[in-house]
Design a protein around this ligand. Structure first.
Ligand code: BES
Ligand code: MN
Ligand code: ZN
Length: 478
């Protein structure tokens, strides 16, 4: 997709106008179609209310009027979603180009960036396995003309979008295509393409590196686990960051097998790891003065004669022993070893992303992820990035003596699963046991936000790459 400066409306086959309710009262912009819009407003066909979108066929194409609601309630994120809706709808209606009017919204900071992001996300759908019949038309839109023109910001937005599309595309792949080994192959391919270092540990190496928790989770599958470590290392890095992702290429629950309807969508249990790859791809393109390590801990959780069992006692990389009381609480196990490894790198900050607990989804719903942070300053920065990026996070407690009490095992240092109530907090407290002292650490529980059952704004049906934008924004502002 190309974004150019809007100079004339000649050869333009679709126009997007995002209007607040106030904008409808006083049409200050100057366009050829001002009269048409005024009569639509007079007839109350369009009033700028949020969610009120209208396609107006014109002789030379379509005009899309998109309501933003009250000006003081309007956010940059609503503009991002509205742009994605408009561009997607125009593209599906055979538009090859679209003119976007944004100058009347100049009080919002970041317009060019979100236009870049929306342009990269609007055409994405996971349809590579669907037969393309005679009625199939590929997404037509290839050019956007904008009256707000900041090429560097467009580029940044397009790179952010590329990271999300990459993560979604991988996360949407089923377990019969992506397993830990094929995920590692893809990471190696990406690293080569992007000039990143990449190291992959196979089962043998995982044994010699004492990755006992990751090995236990992977032991039931004929697709053995992998630890994948990518590095971006600029010359004069001012900070060192490690981003860690849960990469369960499928989570059946293991011997504590999930009921059927809970197992569906568990191909998405690798979203954290896919996000980390997307982030590394974007970092290699944006080149910040920050050393970034991407660590993916990948396994397939399956029931079989070689599975790890309830009652097993395993030893994690940092030496702590864990009594398994539920094989479906496997994400925290693969993350335990990855967090130990990340801590050994001595980074300033570790951020992990994981579709970790159904409890977090129950608590916060499908539009807000849980954020657990051991450092208030880091929490503040991440919440600012979350706000700017339109990915909502809610800070959750990492301090709870009663839940902490339930981490204790009579036979080992820890149990892997606590009570039903407070399940997301238990999991976070468990992870904390594997993070080095004095390291600032944030844990993002993205279960609930990782998949959408229908498209909305910038999201298509399926994987969302939720967390990529917040994390990239944070790294790019260090
Ligand atoms: N991958 C799941 C969590 C999950 C649930 C992600 C729903 C996305 C949507 C995780 O491994 C899991 O199974 N968690 C259990 C933990 C329980 C056994 C303590 C859960 O949430 O039920
Ligand atoms: Mn599980
Ligand atoms: Zn899982």
């Amino acid at each position: 997709m190309q974004i150019k400066r809007l100079e004339s409306l000649e050869h333009i086959d679709s126009q997007l106008l995002l209007l607040t309710e106030e904008d409808c009262g006083s049409l200050s912009y100057d366009t050829r179609i001002k009269g048409i819009i005024e009569s639509l407003i007079k007839r109350k066909d369009f009033d700028g209310k949020k969610g009120k979108n209208l396609r107006v066929p014109l002789p030379e194409g379509n005009l899309y009027l998109i309501g933003l609601g009250k000006k003081d309630k309007c956010t940059l994120n609503l503009i991002r979603d509205s742009l994605a809706w408009g561009l997607r709808t125009a593209g599906r209606n055979h538009a090859k180009n679209a003119a976007v009017n944004l100058s009347h919204l100049k009080s919002f900071d970041g317009l060019s960036f979100v236009l870049g992001e929306a342009s990269g996300l609007c055409g994405y759908v996971f349809d590579k396995y669907k037969k393309k019949d005679e009625n199939y038309e590929p997404f037509a839109l290839t050019e956007i003309y904008s009256d707000v023109y900041e090429p560097e910001e467009f580029r940044k937005g397009i790179v952010f979008a590329g990271a999300q599309v990459y993560s979604r595309e991988l996360s949407n792949e089923p377990g019969c295509v992506i397993n830990p080994a094929t995920l590692a192959e893809e990471a190696e391919r990406l690293a080569k393409e992007c000039g990143l270092e990449c190291e992959v540990w196979n089962e043998e190496r995982l044994h010699s590196e004492n990755m006992g928790a990751l090995l236990a989770v992977g032991s039931g599958s004929k697709n053995p686990p992998r630890l994948i470590h990518l590095t971006y290392k600029p010359k004069n890095a001012k900070k060192k960051i490690a981003v860690v992702g849960k990469g369960l290429t499928f989570d059946s629950g293991g011997l504590n097998i999930k009921p059927d309807n809970f197992m569906l969508t568990m191909k998405g249990d690798k979203t954290g790891a896919c996000n980390v790859l997307g982030i590394m791809k974007a970092i290699s393109e944006l080149k910040p003065d920050v050393e970034v390590h991407g660590i993916l801990s990948s396994a397939e959780n399956m029931p079989s004669g070689s599975s790890f069992r309830p009652d097993d006692i395993i030893r994690a990389r940092n030496g702590k022993t864990i009594e398994i009381n539920n094989t479906d609480a496997e994400g925290r196990l693969v993350l335990a070893d990855a967090l130990s490894l990340a801590s050994e790198l001595n980074p300033d900050v570790i951020i992990d992303m994981a579709t970790l607990t159904g409890a977090c989804a129950v608590a916060l719903g499908n539009w807000r992820a849980g954020l657990f942070v051991n450092d208030d300053e880091l929490a503040g920065k991440l919440l600012n990035s979350s706000e700017r990026s339109g990915e909502s996070f809610w800070r959750m407690p990492l301090e709870d003596e009663h839940i902490a009490e339930t981490l204790k095992s009579p036979y080992a240092d820890l149990v892997n699963c606590g009570k039903r109530y407070g399940g997301a907090i238990f999991a976070a407290l468990f992870l904390k046991e594997f993070v080095g002292e004095n390291i600032s650490w944030a844990h993002m529980d993205i279960a609930g936000t990782d998949f959408k059952d229908k498209e909305y704004g910038i999201y298509s049906k399926g994987a969302t790459a939720f967390g990529v934008r917040t994390c990239l924004d944070y790294i790019m502002r260090l």
